[in-house]
Ligand binder design. Structure first.
Ligand SMILES: Nc1ncnc2c1ncn2[C@@H]1O[C@H](COP(=O)(O)OP(=O)(O)OP(=O)(O)O)[C@@H](O)[C@H]1O
Ligand SMILES: Nc1ncnc2c1ncn2[C@@H]1O[C@H](COP(=O)(O)OP(=O)(O)OP(=O)(O)O)[C@@H](O)[C@H]1O
Lengths: 217, 217
């Protein structure tokens, strides 16, 4: 497992620190609000209350020995900039920040941030891509414009049939890379039999994936 | 293409409406701030200035004929609830909202929202998953815990080799579903030759994908 510093425990920072902790990594969570640190200390055992713009305080807890830090400060943009540049000066290899606007993103990049996220913008774009993709696509990873790995419900007319008999690559140009739901199968073999309620993870063009819904073997 | 209503043009709502428009769908964008609507009218031709809690005003523009609406109001939670329940009463099939907290999410679900997003929470969890996944994973879609579709840089020692000669499924248990970068190939054939600078989209366990980095044919 790795080690991460997370500065700022708002909705974004807290969810990040919690998920990293649940995945088994060690997280040094920092927030200037002592009451908040107290409240989360059960779930984030390494949480520390300090002002991250205070270089002395950061050195005392050994922040410079961490390979990756995330700065999750929103409203107080001056703190956001100060903390980001301090962490880079202390020698942290990868400093990831979040910004509220594109202008803020540019400024944080100038002071040395390795990556700057715009959570609200990205969430809007992601929802648009999901709404715009065809059929009942549940999850989608765009491989290139118009081609994706998409997860769709298994159409009723395909339940009970084996992949080798359906030959989806030949008839539709799509390949099943996983079957999810009641059972979880990655890279299913030719004899795999589809069942009602399955979710199929497919690779192909969005048009071909959309045709699956109404295609009959 | 489909038709969408987007109420609220903050960072989330504006990015959503813009991306849907760019993907060729028609968007009825609504915001109570007339100055803002004026500013975005170049990129969002269908933008309208009105208070979406006003049922008469919504009927006048025919909102009930749209299949999907997204409510992207943040600070004013009362408006958020009122607009969400109004749109459901007007008969819109799919109403998607965003909330700032889990409590707000529960309330919006009670008034009939079909889906409620928590953009900041989801962005935190998504970054945690990316930071926690092994190797230089660029993009990752979890198929099941520990198994994913991941995009990784093509290791130097594999450049110049054909997929049939590498036989990655046999040696590592991973399958290449796409090659990206200079050329974009989905479901590459056995004769595909990998090149330095390629990005490989693989299906397999996180451990097996991580081994690719240092594996020698
Ligand atoms: N100098 C600082 N040192 C440490 N923590 C700080 C500092 N400045 C702000 N914070 C903390 O950062 C946290 C997140 O900041 P803020 O609430 O402004 O962001 P936000 O964008 O609203 O968060 P989110 O959208 O993730 O909920 C707060 O809990 C705040 O106490
Ligand atoms: N009743 C209403 N009718 C139409 N628009 C509204 C209404 N109430 C608020 N809005 C608009 O919704 C937009 C987004 O709201 P707000 O700025 O509170 O959300 P936000 O959570 O800060 O947004 P984001 O995080 O996406 O930037 C604003 O532009 C505001 O004018």
């Amino acid at each position: 497992p790795s080690e991460f510093v997370v500065v700022g425990l708002g909705r974004f920072g807290y969810s990040l620190a919690l998920k990293l902790t649940q995945l088994g990594h060690s997280v040094l969570a920092i927030d200037s609000n002592a009451r908040l640190v107290q409240e989360v200390s059960g779930e984030l055992p390494g949480a520390v209350a300090l002002d991250a713009t205070d270089e002395e305080a950061l050195r005392e807890i050994g922040v410079e020995y961490f390979p990756t830090a995330v700065v999750a400060i929103g409203d107080d943009f001056e703190s956001n900039i100060l903390v980001t540049s301090l962490l880079k000066e202390l020698g942290i290899g990868q400093v990831i920040c979040k910004a509220s606007t594109i202008r803020q993103q540019k400024i944080l990049q100038r002071v040395g941030a390795d990556a700057v996220l715009l959570p609200e913008h990205e969430a809007g774009v992601r929802l648009a891509t999901e709404l715009a993709s065809p059929g009942k696509v549940l999850e989608r990873l765009e491989l290139q414009p118009g081609i994706s790995v998409s997860e769709v419900p298994c159409p009723d007319q395909l339940a009970g049939k084996r992949l080798v008999d359906l030959d989806l690559p030949k008839h539709l140009g799509v390949t099943v890379v996983a079957v999810r739901g009641a059972r979880e199968v990655a890279m299913p073999g030719p004899d795999e039999t589809l069942r009602a309620g399955d979710r199929l993870v497919l690779v192909g063009t969005d048009q071909d994936i959309a045709r699956l819904e109404t295609w009959h073997p």
